[in-house]
Design a protein around this ligand. Structure first.
Ligand code: ZN
Length: 150
């Protein structure tokens, strides 16, 4: 199987069987709602922080296969990370979809999301791929300093 076909399979698998799909509520939960008007994608991201750790990440939404699989990949990849690690991953993903080489160590941390590197060939789809990651970026900015009440 060519790398391109493998990537396509990974993307379709996340689209058909989304990981971390759902909603969260309660203390320490940040909700971010983002749209990509150029394609009609819509993602609502739910992040529950415990201290500076992303204890749970869920999303709901609708849109093209790129936007939905990217949300699934992002949510499963950043859950359990610290906010700093997650912010680093967002920055690296944004470079990946611009066609930049990010190195093997980062590719490993991005996991399945590496399959989206091909969108760099299609500038219009970059916004689809980055929607969920931009939502996470906003959640991190908004959620900083928030401590769950005990
Ligand atoms: Zn889209």
């Amino acid at each position: 199987m060519s790398l391109e076909n493998l990537y396509r399979e990974v993307i379709l698998d996340h689209y058909r069987h989304p990981r971390r799909r759902g909603t969260l509520e309660g203390d320490g939960v940040t909700v971010v709602d983002l749209k990509n008007p150029s394609c009609g994608d819509h993602v609502t991201l739910y992040v529950r922080q415990e201290g500076d750790r992303l204890a749970e990440v869920r999303f709901k939404g609708e849109g093209c296969s790129i936007s939905m699989s990217s949300a699934s990949m992002m949510s499963s990849q950043v859950e359990g990370l610290t906010t700093e690690e997650a912010a680093g991953l967002v920055a690296v993903f944004l470079r990946l979809v611009q066609g930049e080489a990010i190195g093997e160590a980062w590719e490993e941390k991005l996991g399945d999301a590496v399959a989206l590197r091909g969108v760099s060939q299609f500038p219009v789809r970059v916004k689809c791929a980055t929607l969920a990651w931009k939502a996470l970026e906003q959640a991190l900015a908004r959620g900083s300093g928030v401590r769950p009440s005990r």
